[in-house]
Design a protein around this ligand. Structure first.
Ligand code: DGJ
Length: 741
């Protein structure tokens, strides 16, 4: 009897210690098949055993699901916890009240719930020794190829449990020739593509800004399973952590057959004390998969974003003029009125007044004061916002306004009244940001949350005509310290900041569901699926240089649809790079996203204004295709062919827009002929060039070609424009509109 007990104890120990076990013994009733129309995720959930991952990828038929245990693939822990297999990376690690640092999670039950637009599968796990539970959740969308997964971690005991790591998800990826594509960069250079093979060791992608999270790296990644990533072929997994704060994505390639992918909130300086009966809900990781390469994964993300993750994702966006690069802080009533008139005369639909309109005791003339004092500067705007709203109405355009409500300056009335509202450690002077005076407000404090909500609420109550808010955030958390949280909860600061932010955004959306809100954060600092449900779009970058935008918008389009990417025509020379790019090229790039203008129209010639008028009119025609269409990236700017090209096709393939941008200019150059994609091979498409500047029409102007020909051979795009000698320059770009007969 004793020896039986010893053997079973040894077996049990081996069971906990080995993460990979043979799958042949799995009984079919323990299989959990989470699926969308085209995706399958299969788990084994046997009561009293760890939850095991079996498969993620293309949709499996029932018989393949049943046969999976015999496919030779081992089972891997689906949510590995630290302690009983120490050498391996874990998704969760805890310290119980008695100091025990282990967690064992065994299946307790599985529930499946039909939601309005998705199916939610919840696998409940329980520690057999400690009153500690984890639900691993999977939401499979009915109309999108996306499965979201997250965990809900519950302390059922009487004493707090410390969470030292709390990933949202773990995904094993079979080794082979696996590459990852992810986005990195910095201010004014966001969304740059990095593409690399996974090698032994740990590859970490992470952010610690505190407020924004997508300048230097992105919380999304593509995983190409069969070699170097291709745009339109190859098997690719796409993953996005839907979180607005600090995150960490890890690929651990150890001595096994697997790359182990973990994603979650960055645990650095963020140990979380889980109180008795408290549940910690991790942000979701969204997972998709396509056999049509990177672009296929992008299309899955884009349609899911438009349908579920983006405010008003199915409504066309207005064409706007934003005042920033036109006047910077030099806001005047007359200046705003002129700009409204100008954008209206070019066919635009909205005007947005940027920074510089506020501050009473401390007028905001440069970037070193006034944040928090959201009262109009009556010297600059004697008629107030009411006057501007009236002007906008007179010009027939909507009105939008800039705010940066999470911030203050040491030079502000707000800071004078509430120095206790800023993030800073006790006993220390705070480190300051922009302008040498900027500070971040402490959103963990409910009073601060009320204040931030009140900034929008007051504007909207007093001026319900405001259609659009540009919500900026220009500082990282540089001071670890909340004056609101108690001393023993300072490690909650980052997490509570984003809970506070979420609660404010929820309140704003509940009261102002129709308001259009842009997430701007020193440019593209808030391009993430954590904030998008509250926001309509984001500012891709403070860099409006059209050439650099080709690269940045290319990368950003991996995960985010054109409708969310604010893309503006700006001045030449460009204010960030000082590059002089002709207007035609600037327009052709801006028209591949949510078109807008960021320029002083007063400084434009009549000819330039006319070109913009024409472009705006043509954009209105193609807007549904660009904003709701499927993306096909054709030639990458990163591949060194000196050309970049992509296209959008309407869902029914009746309309398409093709973009072609030359990146460098040489005599006797040789560029590839670009094959199109996404068309119906059996339909004829009539081709029409938009934004044409050439004296002579393209040879194929007005001609019809089959989708088959356009996709197998493509059109020969001339390398140069045929314009008068004095108008010649070293730039070339084309936009073609294809309409099916
Ligand atoms: C940073 C933003 O990204 C810019 O577009 C502009 O709004 C400035 N802030 C204003 O201070």
């Amino acid at each position: 009897m004793k020896s039986v007990r010893i053997i079973s104890a040894l077996l049990l120990a081996a069971f906990y210690v080995c993460q990979a076990v043979p799958a042949a013994a799995v009984s079919p009733e323990n299989l959990v098949h989470v699926h969308t129309g085209a995706l399958s995720l299969v788990l084994e959930a046997e009561q009293g055993s760890p939850l095991r991952f079996m498969y993620f990828g293309d949709r499996l038929c029932d018989s393949d699901v049943q046969a999976l245990p015999l496919s030779g693939s081992p089972l891997l822990d689906a949510y590995p916890a630290y302690g009983m297999n120490c050498p391996s990376e874990a998704a969760l690690s805890v310290v119980h009240a008695d100091g025990n640092m282990t967690a064992v999670l065994l299946v307790e039950g599985v529930s499946v719930e039909q939601e309005a637009e998705a199916v939610l599968t919840r696998v409940s796990l329980k520690d057999p020794v400690y009153p500690f539970e984890v639900d691993v959740c999977y939401r499979a969308w009915n109309d999108s190829e996306m499965i979201e997964t997250w965990t809900e971690i519950r302390n059922m005991g009487k004493k707090p449990v410390h969470l030292t790591r709390f990933d949202s998800a773990f995904l094993p990826v079979r080794r082979g020739d696996v590459w990852i594509s992810h986005l990195y960069g910095s201010w004014a250079n966001e969304g740059i593509v990095a593409c690399e093979p996974l090698k032994p060791g740990i590859k970490t992608i992470r952010n610690k800004d505190g407020v924004r999270n997508s300048h230097t790296a992105h919380a999304e990644v593509m995983i190409s399973l069969d070699g170097r990533p291709e745009e339109n072929s190859g098997d690719v997994i796409g993953a996005a952590l839907c979180y607005s704060g600090n995150y960490e994505l890890r690929f651990d390639t150890d001595d096994s057959e697997w790359h182990r992918f973990f994603a979650g909130i960055n645990p650095d300086a963020s140990e979380y004390v889980l109180e008795p009966k408290e549940t910690f809900v991790t942000p979701a990781m969204a997972l998709t998969y396509s056999r049509e390469g990177l672009s296929g994964v992008s299309r899955n993300f884009h349609s899911w974003a438009r349908n579920h993750m983006l405010a008003h994702g199915n409504q066309e966006r207005k064409i706007l003029l934003n005042s920033w690069e036109g006047v910077y802080f030099n806001i005047t009533e007359q200046g705003m009125d002129d700009m409204m008139g100008d954008i209206a005369s070019m066919g635009g639909e909205l005007f947005v007044m940027d920074d510089g309109w506020f501050g009473d005791k401390y007028p905001r003339n440069v970037d070193n004061s006034s944040l928090g004092d959201w009262t109009v500067d009556a010297d600059k705007l004697p008629g107030g916002i009411s006057g501007l709203v009236e002007d906008a109405g007179k010009h027939g355009v909507g009105f939008g306004i800039w705010i940066e409500p999470e911030m203050t300056n040491t030079v502000s009335e707000l800071y004078e009244q509430h120095p206790e509202w800023v993030l800073k450690p006790a006993l220390r002077e705070p480190v300051v940001g922009r302008g040498g005076t900027q500070l971040v407000l402490d959103l963990s404090n409910p009073e601060v949350q009320d204040f931030v909500f009140g900034v929008v609420d007051r504007l909207m109550t007093e001026h319900p005509e405001i259609e659009y808010v540009k919500w900026d955030a220009n500082m990282a958390i540089m001071n670890h310290g909340s004056q609101y949280l108690p001393g023993n909860r300072q490690s909650h600061m980052y997490i509570e900041y984003h809970r506070g932010f979420a609660s404010v955004c929820d309140r704003i959306r509940a009261k102002y569901p129709d308001l259009v809100i842009q997430a701007c954060a020193s440019g593209g600092g808030r391009a993430n699926y954590g904030v998008l449900p509250w926001f309509d779009e984001f500012w891709v970058s403070d860099n409006t240089d059209a050439l650099q935008r080709v690269y940045m918008q290319w990368g950003t389009s991996y995960f985010f649809p054109a409708i969310a990417m604010a893309s503006h025509i700006s001045a030449a020379p460009n204010h960030q790079t000082f590059r002089t790019i002709p207007l035609k090229y600037r327009i052709d790039v801006a028209m591949s996203g949510r078109l807008g203008m960021e320029i002083q129209p007063k400084n434009m010639t009549d000819e330039e204004k006319e070109l913009c008028r024409k472009a705006i009119a043509e954009y209105k025609e193609i807007r549904p295709v660009v904003q709701f269409g499927d993306i096909y990236r054709l030639v990458s700017p990163y591949d060194g062919f000196n050309v970049a090209s992509l296209m959008y096709c309407s869902q029914d393939k009746s309309h398409a827009v093709f973009y072609w941008w030359k990146l460098e200019h040489f005599c006797n150059e040789h560029l590839p002929r670009v094959k199109m994609a996404g068309l119906d091979p059996d339909r004829l498409y009539r081709v029409h060039e938009l934004n044409r500047i050439d004296n002579t029409a393209l040879p194929f102007e007005g001609q019809a070609f089959s989708g088959r020909y356009l996709m197998s051979t493509g059109l020969e795009i001339p390398y140069r424009h045929t314009v008068d000698y004095h108008k010649q320059n070293d730039w070339s770009s084309r936009v073609l509109y294809l309409v099916a007969e």
